[in-house]
Design a binder for this molecule. Structure first.
Ligand code: DAH
Length: 356
């Protein structure tokens, strides 16, 4: 009996020391295998008298069962430990924030341009696009700007090699050339529709020209409020009976909608541009907020000069209109309270992402 207890105990201890399933199977062989301890004890019974055989057999069976159950328990324990180790190795932290896809957004100046287009669109203005490499004719001459005007100097204008006065030879310094380009196309289209002659100045009937032309413009200039590349948006309204009061009405409405400020004040300050007569600079004044009480210049404007009306192909005795040119970069700075224009063009994502 004692011997059987010792066998069971040493099996339990051997199984306990087995750290892998293979160790455990080897330990099992020592006790339950063909020449294991239990098998040897069974064989030893052959020489015992009958009465002892019965009791010894039952005792050996009990010991065998105890060893088998220790074996199964250890098998289970090793399998559990292995599973735990695997789970721990493969664990991931479900509370970590996920990897998100970066979301882009429109540039603040693009947001302004979209806003300008939507507001003028609601007032019946088309949107026109034109080339950034312009000819001397469209940028200056057709706009009644004399040969000796300082805007034409190399200090102000980027000239392009290989151009001529009529072939593209400079980076447009404003969007005003679009007045001529768009009006000429408009007049041509309606002349053709009427079957009118393509010669001479047009003095027939045509739908009004009502257009804005946003885009990039270039000047030799660079500081906190000037960039060599900047944006402008031109506006033009020409018809038979368009007057300065229409300009005042349209531009006042635009500014109040753009800045969402119904008490915004506007001032049309007499000025000079070669392509308008009379001319005015447009200043705005907020009644509330950090900029309240100051006059801020936002656009140039005026009644289109008769020479410019002629260069559009129209008879200035019949057609009259107004034009304006504003700076979307400046409008964006005023709207969002940005004080350095260069921030718009540095491409710093920390700055740009604030506008999404
Ligand atoms: N082109 C002018 C500039 O860049 C702005 C301007 C003034 C445009 C008067 C106009 C206008 O259409 O009528 O300074």
């Amino acid at each position: 009996m004692n011997e059987l207890n010792t066998v069971v105990e040493s099996a339990q201890s051997a199984f306990g020391q087995a750290l892998t399933p293979a160790d455990l199977e080897n330990a099992k062989a020592l006790f339950l295998g063909k020449s294991g301890r239990i098998t040897e004890l069974m064989k030893g019974m052959a020489s015992l008298p009958v009465e002892q055989k019965k009791s010894q057999g039952a005792a050996i069976n009990l010991a065998k069962q105890a060893i088998e159950s220790a074996l199964n328990a250890r098998r289970q324990a090793l399998a559990d430990a292995q599973l735990q180790a695997q789970l721990a190795a493969e664990a991931f932290d479900v509370t970590l924030p996920g990897r998100q896809r970066g979301q882009g957004g429109l540039h603040p100046v693009s947001l302004t341009l979209e806003r300008i287009e939507a507001i003028f669109g609601s007032m019946g203005f088309e949107v026109a696009q034109g080339p950034e490499i312009e000819s001397d004719w469209f940028n200056f001459t057709a706009l009644n700007t004399p040969e000796d005007h300082p805007a034409r100097s190399m200090h102000d204008t980027f000239y392009v090699e290989g151009g001529t006065a009529t072939a593209p030879n400079l980076l447009r310094t404003h969007t005003s050339p679009m007045q001529i380009r768009h009006a000429v196309q408009h007049v041509k289209r309606h002349r053709a529709a009427l079957g009118a002659s393509a010669e001479g100045l047009f003095c027939g009937t045509m739908p009004e020209i009502r257009v804005i032309a946003p885009g990039r413009t270039y000047r030799v200039d660079s500081d906190a409020t000037h960039s060599p590349m900047f944006h402008q948006c031109e506006g033009l309204w020409v018809g038979e009976n368009v007057s300065f009061k229409d300009l005042k009405f349209v531009f006042t409405d635009f500014c109040r909608i753009f800045f969402e400020s119904s008490d915004l004040m506007l001032r049309f300050r007499p000025s000079f541009f070669p392509f308008t007569e009379p001319s005015a600079e447009i200043d705005i004044q907020f009644q509330n907020g950090p900029l309240a009480g100051r006059w801020l210049e936002v656009a140039g404007s005026g009644q289109v000069h008769p020479n410019v009306v002629r260069n559009m192909g129209l008879d200035p005795e019949k057609f009259i209109g107004f034009a304006f040119g504003m700076g979307p970069d400046r409008l964006t700075m005023l709207r969002y309270g940005v004080n350095d224009l260069r921030l718009f063009f540095d491409g710093d994502i920390r700055f740009l992402s604030q506008f999404q």
